[in-house]
Design a protein around this ligand. Structure first.
Ligand SMILES: NC(=O)c1ccc[n+]([C@@H]2O[C@H](COP(=O)([O-])OP(=O)(O)OC[C@H]3O[C@@H](n4cnc5c(N)ncnc54)[C@H](OP(=O)(O)O)[C@@H]3O)[C@@H](O)[C@H]2O)c1
Length: 225
């Protein structure tokens, strides 16, 4: 695919490397957008791993030019309803977003949905907590992924966050009852998994005529085929 990558930080660099390894062509790779960059965007897909302040401008230009857009950038979800409505009003829109492009986390959510359907009220002695561990540069706590997981599986205890060293990302659900416990752990070994998820999403979106939705929705619909 002919790609435009926005974001030259840790994720943008990893994505560029993985894209080239997989034979994609990078037409442009920028960190901060300018009106000049926006006016010249023309590609099979745009993948954005940059900053929340840029999301709307990139979305608008992609909608106008009918270019599939994958938004991996986080921190803008308070505008989700507004941005979503804007995209849904365009019949040719192809826009997919997500705060975690790991396919393992998407599978973990499937498992948690199933566990959440248990009548926990009949197990009053059981408690559930989430533990998330990330590298020391990560500023937000708890992680967006931990918050999302806690919405899928309601916790009786808190989300516990740890920031240490170079840990790419760990999310562990701990469910504890009298005399026994269950641990469900997802560990990201390398941020390449997010880049690979984004490229999977770009290829999936490129084949659609219309889609406005999340990575998880695309993945579950992709698995149907
Ligand atoms: N969806 C996923 O699976 C996933 C996985 C990992 C990370 N993320 C998200 O992807 C985004 C990028 O992560 P990262 O680790 O690559 O971040 P990063 O290393 O800090 O890079 C941020 C990039 O955004 C650019 N940028 C543009 N406007 C900016 C502004 N106002 N303030 C700061 N930076 C700005 C930076 O440009 P300069 O270099 O000029 O500063 C840089 O190119 C974040 O939102 C992160 O949460 C998503």
């Amino acid at each position: 695919m002919r790609l435009v990558i926005i974001g030259t930080g840790r994720m943008g660099q990893t994505l560029a490397q993985v894209s080239l390894e997989k034979g994609h062509i990078i037409l442009a790779h920028v960190g901060r957008i300018t009106s000049e960059v926006l006016q010249s965007i023309n590609a099979d897909a745009v993948i954005d791993f940059s900053h929340a302040s840029q999301v709307l401008a990139i979305l608008e230009v992609c909608l106008e030019r009918r270019i599939p857009l994958i938004t991996g950038t986080t921190g803008w979800y308070e505008h989700l309803t507004e941005f979503r409505q804007k995209a849904e009003s365009v019949s040719t829109a192809r826009w997919l977003w997500g705060g975690n492009f790991s396919r393992g986390i998407a599978l973990l959510k499937v498992a948690l949905r199933s566990l959440a359907s248990v009548p926990w009220v009949q197990l009053p002695d059981w408690e559930a907590a989430l533990v998330e561990v990330h590298h020391h540069r990560k500023k937000d706590a708890p992680s967006g992924t931990a918050v999302e997981l806690s919405k899928v599986f309601p916790l009786t205890k808190a989300i516990y966050s740890m920031r240490i060293g170079e840990v790419v990302g760990e999310h562990k659900l701990l469910i504890s009852g009298p005399g026994e416990e269950i641990e469900i752990l997802h560990r990201a070994h390398d941020r390449r998994i997010f880049a690979e998820g984004a490229l999977w999403a770009a290829e999936w979106l490129f084949q659609r005529t219309y889609f406005v939705g999340t990575f998880d929705e695309a993945l579950s619909s992709g698995l149907d085929k």
